[in-house]
Design a protein. Sequence first.
Length: 237
Amino acid sequence: MPSLRIALAQINCTVGDLKGNAKKIKERIRRAEKSGADIVAFPELAICGYPPEDLLLRHSFIEGNLKALREVVRATKRATAVIGFVEKRGRDLFNSAAVARQGRLMGIYRKILLPNYGVFDEKRYFQPGRAVAVFKHKNATFGVNICEDVWFKEGPTARQAKMGAKFIITLNASPYHAGKIKEREKVARDRAVENKVWIAYVNLVGGQDARPARGTSLTVRAFALPPSAETVPAFSP
């Protein structure tokens, strides 16, 4: 696999601030390009903020989110950007990730495992994805997961590895609670070891209502002995 530099943009997205979030994403794309990054990854639903909840019932909100995504896609250049957004197909909504480069949408991944417990009620709004896709940058094959997808052994990571993925980019909007950082590290290590892939896990910072997020994005090297997690500082903006 060729050497790649991946930027994990753990930004503070504001729920409903489509223009502000898009502006922040475009700025981080420019910074990633300037730093020499090959890929820049953003949190789950970065375009609209997480959790959008009943805003998803508004047609104007969904259309505004798609308009903001198109604006962000046009801003991409050499680096591949992986951006969380709300996808609409017919009457169905999906919690999706756009993969874009050189001003073009290269592909879309739809979240497969939707959480519906505790503070999460995604099944109320979203349909689960069905397809397991992989993407390429510089002849390196990678997969995309969204949050819950990577938490379970039966998630898409194993199938993506069988399709040739050497690393998995995981977009997250995971709230903080005591012990959560260690839980995330264990999950990422488990998926990396099981499938012999690297894991790049990007989470947001900030918070919405009573759901604080501390970032703590991380990478896991599949072949390190023992497999180790390198964590981005918790409050990196």
